[in-house]
Design a protein around this ligand. Structure first.
Ligand SMILES: [Zn+2]
Length: 141
């Protein structure tokens, strides 16, 4: 086996390909249900709220705005490549569109983190061509 197994990279398939293509262009995509009107994340083919099928659920570009729901500053993680990145801030954020999303908060001191603080999506290149959505504090004013 060559190289080290990484645990931070997505495995894109035909269904999630639009999501990753958009991320590489700096856009966060959500799935929204035409039957119940609710958005969800992570992307699923069916609606997790009302179980409407894939013919009723479409992609849309999220605003990228979110608020911090909870977080944990990770000081140790033995799964490559996280060990080289500690400490980092694993977080759960509430997207403006409603869905709750597991992510990371970047560019913010741990002491400055506050529940409900406004965040804005940004993207980090996790591997060549693979961009993951992370969040940073939204500048005030
Ligand atoms: Zn629905």
């Amino acid at each position: 086996m060559s190289g080290t197994v990484r645990h931070d990279l997505p495995e894109a398939d035909d269904f999630t390909r639009p999501y990753w293509d958009a991320a590489a262009q700096g856009r966060l995509l959500l799935r929204r249900c035409g039957a119940c009107g609710r958005a969800h994340h992570y992307p699923r083919e069916f609606c997790p709220h009302c179980w409407a099928g894939e013919d009723r659920v479409t992609w849309e570009t999220a605003s990228g705005r979110a608020t911090l729901y909870t977080w944990s500053v990770i000081h140790r993680n033995d799964l490559p490549p996280f060990g080289t990145r500690v400490p980092y801030t694993a977080a759960v954020v509430d997207l403006a569109e409603g869905p709750r999303m597991m992510t990371e908060v970047v560019d913010c001191e741990a002491a400055a983190l506050r529940i409900g603080m406004p965040l804005k999506v940004t993207f980090r290149e996790a591997a060549e061509g693979v961009w993951v959505a992370v969040f940073r504090p939204e500048p005030q004013g």
